[in-house]
Ligand binder design. Structure first.
Ligand code: SF4
Length: 308
C-alpha cells in the first residue's frame, strides 16, 4: 500500500527500493501554488500536474505552464508504467475544447500543454478533438503557446496532419523507452510507428510554419535499458527530425506497475544528455525529475520560434 513519506515528499511503496536523495529534490512550495491549485480544482478539467503529483509543479506553475488531460481518464491501452485506468472510454465532451481555453485564460497561462489517454476507439484517435482544443485556446488566448503531447493515432498520418494544421508550437509524442523493452513497457505501441508519426509531423510542420515548428519526444530511464540501445534510440529520433528530447527517471506509480530497475544518478543523466545532444537535437532536458512537458514554456525563448 503506498504511503506518503514526509522525507521523500511523495508516495513510496513498502519494500520498494528506497528513493535516492536526488529524487526528493525540492519540496513543493505550497505558497506559490495556492492560487493555481484553487483555479485548477474548481474546474472539471483534469490537469496531469495535480493528478500525477508532478514534482515540477512549482517550476511549471511559476512559469505559467500547466498540462491538461483531454478525452477523459479511461485509456484503450495498458502500458506497463502507467496507472491510468484502462477500459472503455466515455463519449467525447464537445464542450471540452472551449472549457480548456477558458481555463487557460482564467489561470493566466503563458503556455499550455495538452495531452490525452489513447483513444483507439475513435476513428481518428481523437485528432480532431486535439485540433479543436488547440484552435480554441489560440482564439481565446492570443500569444499563448500550445504543446500537444499526443498518442500515435495508430500511425494514421492524416490524423497527425490534422493536429499539426491547428498550429501547435510543439508536437510532442513520447517513445517512452528503447525498442527492446516495448513488449513489457508499451505493448500496444510500435517504435517504428512512433518514428513515422514524429517524422510526418516535422515534415508537415516545416511545410506550414517553416523552421520554427518543433517536434519533441521523451524517454523514461530506469526500466532496464542498456546504454548502447539508448544511443541508437537517440540517433533514430534525431534522424527523424526530432528537435527536443526529454530524459527522466521512471518512478513506479503503484505496485501494479513495472518495478524500477534502477535509479539513474544525476551525473549519468548529464552525461547521457551530452551524448544525446551530439546527435543534433536543438535541446535536451535530462535529469531525474525531468518530465515530458518539462520546461515546455522554454520553447518560446528558442531562437526564431513564433508561438502565436
Ligand atoms: S497510452 Fe498513455 S494513458 Fe494509456 S496506458 Fe499508455 S501511457 Fe497510460
Amino acid at each position: 500500500m503506498p504511503r506518503f513519506s514526509k522525507r521523500a515528499g511523495r508516495e513510496v511503496l513498502e519494500g520498494h527500493p528506497r528513493l535516492p536523495d536526488w529524487i526528493t529534490k525540492e519540496r513543493v512550495k505550497l505558497g506559490d501554488l495556492h492560487g493555481m491549485k484553487a483555479g485548477l480544482r474548481d474546474s472539471r478539467l483534469h490537469t496531469v500536474c495535480e493528478e500525477a503529483r508532478c514534482p515540477n509543479r512549482t517550476h511549471c506553475f511559476t512559469h505559467g505552464t500547466a498540462t491538461f488531460l483531454l478525452m477523459g481518464e479511461v485509456c484503450t491501452r495498458a502500458c506497463g508504467f502507467c496507472s491510468i485506468q484502462s477500459g472503455r472510454p466515455r463519449l467525447l465532451d464537445p464542450h471540452e475544447p472551449a472549457e480548456t481555453a477558458a481555463r487557460v485564460a482564467a489561470l493566466g497561462l503563458r503556455f499550455a500543454v495538452l495531452t490525452s489517454v489513447n483513444r483507439d476507439d475513435l476513428p481518428d484517435g481523437g485528432a480532431a478533438h486535439f485540433a479543436e482544443t488547440v484552435l480554441a485556446i489560440k482564439r481565446r488566448n492570443p500569444g499563448v503557446g500550445v504543446e500537444v503531447l499526443v498518442p500515435d493515432f495508430l500511425g494514421d498520418l492524416d490524423a497527425v496532419a490534422r493536429v499539426v494544421a491547428a498550429g501547435p508550437a510543439v508536437f510532442n509524442h513520447n517513445t517512452e523507452t528503447v525498442p527492446s523493452l516495448y513488449p513489457e513497457v508499451r505493448p500496444a505501441g510500435r517504435f517504428e510507428r512512433s518514428l513515422r508519426v514524429l517524422a510526418h509531423a516535422k515534415e508537415m510542420g516545416k511545410a506550414l510554419y517553416g523552421e520554427a515548428f518543433r517536434t519533441k519526444s521523451g524517454l523514461m530511464l530506469g526500466l532496464g535499458e542498456a546504454e548502447t540501445e539508448l544511443l541508437t534510440t537517440f540517433e533514430a529520433l534525431a534522424a527523424h527530425g526530432v528537435d527536443i528530447l526529454t530524459l527522466g527517471q521512471y518512478l513506479r506509480p503503484t505496485r501494479h506497475q513495472l518495478p524500477v530497475k534502477r535509479y539513474v544518478h544525476p551525473d549519468e543523466f548529464a552525461e547521457l544528455g551530452r551524448k544525446a545532444k551530439a546527435f543534433g537535437f536543438q535541446a535536451v532536458y535530462a535529469g531525474p525529475l525531468v518530465r515530458s512537458s518539462f520546461n515546455a514554456h522554454e520553447v518560446a525563448e528558442m531562437e526564431g520560434i513564433s508561438i502565436a
